[in-house]
Each structure stands twice: as structure tokens, then as C-alpha cells.
Design a protein around this ligand. Structure first.
Ligand SMILES: [Zn+2]
Length: 297
């Protein structure tokens, strides 16, 4: 590999890892926040999430064009969910067909600007970059599973919300052995539960554990295998333990836990608040309906 090649395809704030067959993923640095995926066929290339800012999206687009442009004519994009760090780069892919769940597509049509404002408030040092976001939003919403033929490679879009958000989509590839999980899986980063349905999130993780996955790609942090799904379940368990405990005990519990080194500790308090609110809702509804045997059928 020549230095010139490295310059031409230089990615900013991330590294691309080839994980299997048609599948790669871009692991972003913590500053760049969110990961992206690439499923490469002979005729089309599917990009999973377009990074945190328009600039990072352009950089990803340049990488894709430089690396695959000679042989892949058509670009497709999937936005796994509506959080801005997964679609603010969309405007670099305006010539692509952009998919999401129907829920996410409808949510963004009315509330994309609210995501810009939210990210400008939580990442004020990047407010100018978020101010450059244009609403290049999903063109096509999917409801059930959709298989897309890319030419010698398939990708399957699987709506799995409500989980991290009401409209999550997981992308499966390589005969359903590789899963681009979006923010249904965080690794080494504390999860965000602002828009979560905790019970639905657990159900989504269990559903994925029932599949024969070999590679699990999180929305944030390094990839791994199915153990990342189990780790995420344990993380939700741990947040429920904190929800039962007094806040004064949290720090010692975190230090004693497997999550002690995870980034963005400030997310713990609002996440626990979400868990507490939903535990309250669950308790209320079960007291109203004491006999729910057979509900799982
Ligand atoms: Zn998210």
C-alpha cells in the first residue's frame, strides 16, 4: 500500500475493519461517536448509518467512492434509527436511496431539526457543524423484513423497535451471520435510553441471540460476537439494579462492575431515570391485569 493510496482514502476519526465476505465496518473514535457499516455487492453498496456530522459523512462518501467507485454503481443507505449521530452525514449521499423504518422516516420528516438542536446542545463544541446539517432524509420506509440483492451479496433490513428507539432497524448480511445492530448494542460506551423501551430492547437482544450470528457490530464501540448481545443485556440488568438503589451507592457499584471503564458516565443518571419510569409503568399495568398467563403466545 503506497502512501499516496493512504492519502487518497484517508478516513477521519475512524478505522475500517473487514469482518466477513461482503461486510466491513467503520469504527469511529469516541469523538466521532457512531459507527458505520458497508455491505459491498457487485452491483450496489449499502452504507449503514452516515456518521455524526456532514463533514464526517462526506469523508465516508469519499472513502466509499475511492475504494469501490470503479465497480459499484449504485449506493444505498440505511439509517438504523432517528438519532442524529446516525444520519447527520446523509447529505453526502443525496444521490443514494436512503432506507429506514417507516416510523423513523415519519419521525424525521417532522423532527429532524429537533435532533440538530439536541446535538448542538449536548456537543456545543461541534454546534457549527450541526448547523450545516440539511434534511437529506430517508426516501423509503420499511415495515417488515426486506431483503435487498446487491449482486452476489444480500442485505436484510429487520425492523426491531421499540427497543433503543421505537423505530430501530438491524441490518443482517452474509447469510444472517453479520448484524449491524445500530444502538441496540453499545460496547464500551454507556447506552442512551432517552427514547428507549427497556422491555422491547431486551426482547430485541433475545431475538438476536436466537439467531446464528458470528459478528455483532454495535452502534458505538468495537465489534465482537454474540457475547456483545449478552453484555448489553447485563448492562440493562445493571441499570435496573441501580434503579433499585440509592444514588449514593452508584459510584461504588459502577467501580465494582464490568462497566467501570465505559465512556460517557454522565448518561447513567438519565438512563436510570428512564428505567425507573418504565418499572413504574410496568408495575401499574400488571396490577391492573393480574392474569396475563399466555401473553407471550
Ligand atoms: Zn441512538
Amino acid at each position: 500500500v503506497s502512501a499516496a493510496t493512504d492519502d487518497r482514502f484517508a478516513l477521519v476519526s475512524g478505522v475500517v475493519h473487514h469482518v466477513a465476505g461482503s461486510c466491513s465496518f467503520l469504527q469511529s473514535t469516541p469523538e466521532a461517536a457512531s459507527n458505520s457499516g458497508l455491505v459491498v455487492g457487485d452491483d450496489a453498496l449499502l452504507v449503514v448509518d452516515t456518521r455524526l456530522t456532514p463533514e464526517l459523512g462526506r469523508n465516508l462518501r469519499d472513502y466509499v467512492r475511492g475504494e469501490y467507485g470503479q465497480r459499484v454503481g449504485r449506493l444505498l443507505v440505511v439509517n438504523t434509527h432517528f438519532h442524529g449521530d446516525h444520519w447527520f452525514g446523509n447529505q453526502a449521499f443525496q444521490d443514494a436511496t436512503i432506507f429506514s423504518s417507516t416510523w423513523t422516516r415519519q419521525k424525521l420528516a417532522s423532527e429532524w431539526a429537533a435532533q440538530v438542536d439536541l446535538f448542538a446542545s449536548i456537543r456545543p463544541h461541534q454546534a457549527a457543524e450541526f448547523g450545516a446539517v440539511q434534511p437529506a432524509l430517508p426516501n423509503i420506509g420499511v415495515r417488515g423484513e426486506v431483503e435487498i440483492e446487491l449482486g452476489g451479496a444480500m442485505a436484510k433490513l429487520v425492523p426491531m423497535g421499540p427497543a433503543h428507539t421505537p423505530g430501530d432497524v438491524v441490518v443482517l448480511a452474509e447469510q444472517d451471520t453479520v448484524a449491524y445492530c445500530g444502538d441496540i448494542v453499545f460496547n464500551s460506551h454507556w447506552p442512551v435510553l432517552w427514547d428507549a423501551d427497556v422491555a422491547g430492547w431486551r426482547a430485541a437482544l433475545q431475538e438476536l441471540l436466537g439467531r446464528d450470528l458470528r459478528v455483532v457490530i454495535p452502534g458505538h464501540g468495537p465489534a465482537g460476537g454474540p457475547e456483545l448481545l449478552e453484555q448489553m443485556l447485563r448492562c440493562l440488568d445493571f441499570l435496573e439494579v441501580l434503579a433499585e438503589a440509592d444514588e449514593s451507592t452508584w459510584e461504588s457499584a459502577i467501580v465494582a462492575s464490568e462497566f467501570r471503564g465505559w465512556l460517557h458516565r454522565r448518561r447513567v443518571a438519565p438512563s436510570v431515570a428512564t428505567v425507573r419510569a418504565q418499572q413504574g409503568v410496568a408495575a401499574t399495568s400488571s396490577s391492573r391485569e393480574p392474569s396475563d398467563d399466555g401473553e407471550e403466545c
